[in-house]
Unconditional design. Structure first.
Ligand SMILES: C[S@@+](CC[C@H](N)C(=O)[O-])C[C@H]1O[C@@H](n2cnc3c(N)ncnc32)[C@H](O)[C@@H]1O
Length: 277
């Protein structure tokens, strides 16, 4: 199911294949590693990384001995993930293309742990996503999601907020990915999938982006390679507002940088969701 010819028919796939998310992912590796560390993964457990990209969390999970499958809607990221796995000699890690809203290729009760860090939140039809994630998780297993939080003052929520103010209104029925950052919405989705609400917990967590250039150069990576930002620049350009968008984002990136030496380190908050099945 993995050809670029599907681009025109699946806008979600087109959005993520448009750029090259590996350019952003490479700035998130330390946080991916720390997140996996916090999950105490033991050797031999079966892990699904959903919306895996090129393996920011899938790679460290495999390095700790888990059998890991990364599933992502973007063919270019699946390919990049498999190239990384081969380069690292990780025979217990593979990536395949798939859609979080319908994981028909995966059997019920297949995984001890499903991880989705800023991944499944971007799929449409969140109730289908919750149902599928619960279906493929074994009884007694865990689901861990990382979701950006609407109106949060930190970097990514602000990039998405600023970008949407330069973009055309979404189509009728569109459910914002940011609603995955609202606890009551998450509870509604997982309880509809059959999970008692006492088995759903939340905490605030942080991811840090580390980039070897300036914040303005880091913004350049988003502008050139991050699908949602690329689309926002395209939409702004159509209205002659590209410079305004750029200036708002440039101010944002520079204001959030913690380094003073010409490099970039920006931390962003997210909602960490843990579901036990
Ligand atoms: C912000 S990136 C995060 C990637 C990775 N989890 C990481 O932390 O580096 C979002 C990822 O979700 C994937 N994605 C978006 N919609 C999806 C869907 N419906 N099914 C599977 N993956 C999806 C994108 O292709 C992209 O790789």
């Amino acid at each position: 199911m993995s050809t670029k010819s599907q681009l025109a028919t699946n806008p979600n796939q087109a959005l993520w294949e448009k750029g090259d998310f590996t350019r952003i992912a490479s700035t998130m590796r330390e946080s991916g590693d720390a997140l996996i560390d916090s999950l105490d993964i033991s050797g031999g457990v079966d892990v699904l990384d959903l919306g895996s990209g090129d393996g920011t969390t899938a790679v460290p999970a495999a390095q700790r001995g888990a059998n890991v499958l990364g599933v992502d809607i973007a063919g270019n990221l699946v390919e990049a993930g498999n190239t990384r796995a081969a380069g690292l000699g990780l025979s217990n890690l593979r990536f395949q293309q798939g859609d979080a809203t319908n994981l028909a290729e995966l059997d019920d009760d297949s995984f001890d742990l499903v991880v989705s860090i800023f991944g499944a939140m971007f799929a449409p039809r969140p109730f289908d996503v919750a149902k599928e994630v619960v279906r493929v998780t074994r009884p007694g297993g865990r689901i861990v999601m990382g979701n950006w939080i609407p109106n949060d003052p930190t970097l990514v929520a602000q990039i998405l907020k600023i970008s949407s103010s330069y973009s055309p209104p979404p189509p009728d029925g569109f459910v914002s990915p940011m609603t995955w950052g609202v606890e009551s919405e998450v509870v509604e989705r997982f309880t509809a999938a059959g999970v008692p609400d006492g088995q759903i917990s939340f905490e605030r967590d942080t991811y840090t982006f580390n980039y070897p250039g300036t914040p303005s150069e880091f913004l350049g990576e988003f502008r050139a390679y991050y699908g949602p930002t690329m689309n926002a620049y395209d939409a702004a350009a159509k209205n002659g507002r590209e410079d305004d968008l750029h200036s708002e984002l440039d101010t944002l990136f520079n204001a959030h940088n913690d380094n003073g030496d010409g490099t970039t380190s920006i931390s962003a908050s997210f909602l960490r969701v843990t579901v036990t099945t």
